[in-house]
Design a protein around this ligand. Structure first.
Ligand SMILES: C[S@@+](CC[C@H](N)C(=O)[O-])C[C@H]1O[C@@H](n2cnc3c(N)ncnc32)[C@H](O)[C@@H]1O
Length: 325
């Protein structure tokens, strides 16, 4: 137990604010994680047509900007907005039990390096109240609690884990049931939509995390606004998500690999080419890093001027941070 959790908490906040004005260390890891996705309901080709906004490596605006009224993206397909939530739920219901194994197999474990770096950069400790949204099977929640305990002997930091999908949340519960956090106030599980966190009061969390979840949401801007509402003043929003590769040569290689090798791997390893094609599409349809930084800023967060996000592995993924002012 920490002797002075309040002092540790305010030191943690100062350190996080200081990070906004410092130059983030750039990391490069060799490959990318994959999360399995649902069968495509039609025969849309995996490779984007030349006229498609996502056909060009750095083209296209984010989900909100590029949707026409009443529709949104589900991969490269436009679907009615009200359908997306259930399509995404369907994806994760069908993959929940194999999610962790497939993520490891397809990424050669690299998603673990990203997540380790993400949490160690956040350096959670000091009895923080954390909310891990789109928490899935608990990769981030577990790392937060382990980090606080192993590095600081902190058993007061807690994580509320929220996910829209009951099956994913169930996998998370099963995993925590095998740990020392089981049946302690350090972890709790909540079924809900990141866009409407009505179960949580205003100004109630020190740290809000969302890893590889926000691109699946119908309105990422609403997710960020809700994050702002539930965070305490001085609280930190941290988003880990797939991003874009700015170097044109690397980007071309990444596109070739993504649109050809990943679906083929999906076919060979999981008899599911369409799901892996969808994964690539959903990444391409998410905001470019500068646009997403602007979404965070618009919601009221303070974002670093010089380096508003930290690219990982040539920009394949990125960490975006904002502090509630
Ligand atoms: C790729 S998984 C990531 C899980 C975990 N954060 C990780 O990094 O391993 C995405 C998760 O987002 C959840 N999700 C999708 N849309 C959501 C929404 N609108 N609100 C809350 N969770 C959502 C899915 O159910 C799924 O568990």
């Amino acid at each position: 137990m920490l002797a002075r959790p309040q002092a540790a908490r305010s030191a943690w906040r100062s350190a996080q604010r200081a990070l906004l004005s410092s130059t983030a260390a750039r990391r490069t890891h060799p490959t990318q994680p994959l999360d399995p996705l649902p069968p495509r309901p039609d025969s849309t080709p995996a490779t984007p047509p030349p006229s498609h906004p996502s056909a060009a490596p750095n083209a296209s605006a984010g989900p909100s900007a590029s949707s026409s009224a009443g529709t949104t993206h589900f991969g490269f397909r436009d679907v009615p907005e009200q359908m997306k939530e259930s399509l995404v739920k369907g994806v994760f219901s069908s993959v929940a039990s194999s999610y962790d194994v497939m993520n490891d197999a397809m990424s050669l474990g690299i998603h673990r390096l990203w997540k380790d770096h993400y949490v160690s950069k956040l350096d959670p400790h000091g009895g923080l109240k954390c909310l891990d949204v789109a928490g899935g099977t608990g990769d981030i929640a577990m790392r937060i609690l382990d980090h606080a305990r192993e590095k600081y002997g902190d058993r007061e930091t807690s994580v509320s884990m929220l996910d829209i999908n009951p099956e994913m949340l169930e996998e998370g519960k099963k995993r925590f049931a095998k740990t020392m956090y089981h049946n302690t106030p350090q972890v709790s599980f909540h079924l809900g939509n990141a866009e409407h966190l009505e179960q949580f009061a205003d100004n109630s969390f020190d740290l809000y995390t969302i890893a590889f979840g926000i691109r699946n949401c119908t309105h990422p801007d609403k997710v960020v606004e809700e994050a702002y509402r539930v965070l305490k003043p001085g609280g930190v929003l941290s988003v880990l998500e797939f991003s874009n590769v700015p170097n044109p040569i690397l980007s071309q290689a990444y596109d070739l690999w993504s649109f050809n090798v990943i679906p083929a791997l999906g076919h060979i390893l999981a008899s599911d080419r369409d799901s892996y094609a969808y994964l690539v599409e959903s990444i391409r349809r998410f905001y470019k890093a500068p646009e997403f930084a602007e979404v965070i800023r618009k919601a009221g967060f303070q974002v670093a001027q010089n380096e508003p996000w930290e690219p990982l592995t040539f920009g394949i993924a990125a960490i975006h941070t904002g502090v509630k002012v």
